[in-house]
Design a protein around this ligand. Structure first.
Ligand code: 2PG
Ligand code: MG
Length: 411
């Protein structure tokens, strides 16, 4: 065992130019572990709180109180702890903040610390993080299948399109590198189409094209065309994946599609999405209904769960209890794993195991506010989660995670 000697937090800046929390965990032998908290824009109401200072400074986004929580109580509680006992370290953090959403310490403070402890333990072993994760959780490592955004919408693109993420997956590729090649071709073909139609508004938060479409279906049609221009047949090697992020434009069974000036109830949403599943090669769909529309999620899963992956993100917020409840209710068949929604590594692993225990899929995911931190590439690989969602195919905070997978592949 090697004990934790020092924990320090510093303010760094994320891909949206907002402050965030970076934590250094130094062990008694000088080994260092470091991690940075990401931040979401479309957040579930039950995820760990992203603690911000409020007030006028930095538009209320400063993280001084989260930094103080790491440098003060968290550092004091973890000093002397065995870095390789992740569960005990996370329990010591949780004991400081029994509030359900980590309002006191801040999920940004807890997640950066928890991940930094994991990095320190791996470096101390010494072994790469993915291998450390596999060996300490008893999982079989494998490189994940990327889920890559081509168009961004919803909260990530000025709500110009209601649906948040139009993505592709390339399950038919022979290796990770081929996924990158095919994705690159589709991404640039999609951009060319938008430019030629005068419908390119810019680039969304996660680097996907920010389109000016007249309907949500126009995005799907354009994506199909881009896949074809890239020399692929949609539905063969390349399939479509959507994050509806329905809580962003609906709730309590009422959905307002601003782009098309339409209002739908829960059944109407299910019908519309069911129509898309018929018409397009969609293999995965995330948050098809709002997080409070559990009857809708159950009905959607009853009707389509045998043919498409249905992921709970804002609905399940990487919470093992919520996953188990959804499994009993028959809502969804997969969960997104975002470590900062849970707030610690151990709670995220518990959620992953809860999903796996019932044969659910698990997709390790980044947030829309990201940094150079590559922990999730290692977690996805080490857990053998199968899938990784990182955003688009541009911008270094995204590409660094895909590139890290290429490095792991060569290890
Ligand atoms: C999501 C994520 C990533 P955010 O909804 O899945 O696309 O977005 O980090 O804003 O919650
Ligand atoms: Mg989502």
């Amino acid at each position: 065992m090697t004990a934790i000697d020092r924990i320090t937090a510093r303010r760094v800046w994320d891909s949206r130019g907002r402050p965030t929390v970076e934590v250094d965990v130094t062990l008694e032998n000088g080994v260092l572990g470091r991690a940075i908290a990401p931040a979401g824009a479309s957040r579930g109401t039950r995820e760990a709180v992203d603690l911000r200072d409020g007030g006028g400074h930095l538009r209320g986004q400063n993280v001084q109180s989260a930094l103080d929580n790491v440098n003060g109580p968290i550092a004091a509680a973890l000093r002397g702890h065995d870095a390789s006992d992740q569960r005990a370290a996370d329990d010591a953090i949780l004991a400081l903040d029994p509030s359900p959403l980590k309002e006191t310490l801040g999920g940004n403070a807890t997640v950066a610390t928890s991940l930094a402890v994991l990095h320190a333990a791996a470096a101390d072993a010494p072994r790469p993080l993915w291998q450390h994760v596999a060996e300490t959780t008893g999982t079989t490592p494998s490189l994940p299948l990327p889920e890559i955004q081509i168009f961004g919408g919803g909260a990530h693109a000025g709500r110009r399109v209601d649906i948040q993420d139009f993505m592709i997956m390339v399950p038919g590729a022979s290796c990770f590198d081929e996924v990158m090649e095919i994705t690159s071709a589709v991404y640039f073909a999609a951009g060319d189409i938008l430019k030629s139609k005068g419908k390119l508004a810019g680039v969304a938060d996660e680097g996907g094209w920010w389109p000016m479409f007249d309907s949500n279906e126009e995005a799907l049609e354009t994506l199909m065309r881009a896949i074809e221009i890239a020399g692929e047949t949609p539905g063969k090697r390349v399939v479509i994946s959507l994050d509806i992020a329905a809580s962003e434009f609906g709730g309590a069974g009422c959905y307002r599609l601003a782009l098309e000036n339409r209002q739908l109830d829960s059944d109407g949403m299910i019908e519309m999405l069911g129509g898309w599943l018929e018409a397009y090669p969609i293999a995965s769909i995330e948050d098809p209904l709002a997080e409070d529309d559990v009857p809708g999620a159950i009905e959607f899963t009853r009707r389509f769960g045998d043919r498409v992956q249905i992921i709970g993100d804002d609905y399940l917020v990487t919470n093992a209890d919520l996953v188990r409840e959804a499994q009993v209710a028959g809502a969804c068949n997969a969960v997104l794993i975002k470590v900062n929604q849970a707030g610690t590594v151990s709670e995220s692993l518990e959620t992953f195991h809860a999903a796996r225990a019932e044969g659910w899929g698990a997709i390790v995911s980044a947030r829309s506010g990201e940094t150079e931190d590559v922990s999730i590439s290692h977690l996805a690989t080490g857990l053998g989660a199968g899938q990784l969602k990182v955003g688009s195919f541009t911008r270094s905070e995204r590409m660094i995670k895909w590139n890290e997978c290429l490095r792991i592949q060569d290890a």
